[in-house]
Write a protein that binds this ligand. Sequence first.
Ligand code: BGC
Ligand code: CA
Length: 343
Amino acid sequence: MKKKTVLELGILTFACMQVLCGCEKQQDSPLMTVQVGVACYNQSDTFLSELLASFKEQLSGMETQELSATVMQKDAAGSQRTQDDQVRELLDAGCNVLCVNLADRTNPSEIIELAREREVPIIFFNREPVAEDLMQWSDLYYVGADAQQSGVMQGELAADAILANSQIDRNHDGKIQYVVLEGETGHQDAIIRTEKAVDTLKDKGIGLEKLSYAIANWNRAQAQNRMTQMIGQYRNDIELVLANNDDMALGAVDAYEKLNYTESTLPVFFGIDGTREGLRAVADGRLAGTVYNDKEGQAGAMARLAVALVCGEGMQELSFEKERCIYLPYAKVTADNIEEYQH
Ligand code: BGC
Ligand code: CA
């Protein structure tokens, strides 16, 4: 057989590569770059750091020969002013889609205006802007979860536990003495989760006595402090701790551990999120249950939406509510189904 020339070999190799890569496009097909600017209200928030890790992983999993994706992330450390400046920097750096976790969910106007001037779409996530703000421009989206559902599920988990175990009512007065640890005031998940969890317990016929509540801003250390104060005041009277998230539920557990409380005088604790630590605590019985806040689902929806907005393809595969919102369902987690969630 005649030896192939260098040129022929080159053509053959190129043809094979085309087949191997399944590239249908022409050699000169342009490389599409999705440059995501992520603005986070506070990077030390446990739930959000886990959500954003999953977002980056799923986004890079969507890269192909024709599509590259980059992420530039900023931390507002709780300040909306800082976040407004950071969004300007992200736009100046060439981001063509923004994922914004508002510092102040009632104050997105500046960010919307900046993005609108440059025609860069915004995907808000986790901290839900009010409906009128989302209507300010047609390129605004929201990815999150239904706060009400998480509250109802936490109430159901607590009711099931109380009905199944008469020892939770430790003083046997027919009522459950409880305290609530709340997230930031003004956050959709703090207000609604508390309200719905308590309403659900009442609907299930559970007698309740609210001893106290404390705002601990989603934070484990703050929750430990506030819980220590409440234990100082109510001693062994607290039978149930409802926390708006796992970090605060864990902070409450920390407070009791630090004071060397023994199991027979501990209340039952419920969280929301199913963070890595939260799930571990459900597995070893420190938390009686949690409600899974589907960070992988939310991160996946954000990644697909970001790509679709930049590339102009794939919007039909996403299911929107209220036109431009995507809500991922919550799920109840107890020791009985924990294996489905721990990976
Ligand atoms: C989560 C919290 C988190 C908060 C931040 C909530 O949905 O449950 O853990 O701190 O969002 O915005
Ligand atoms: Ca009681």
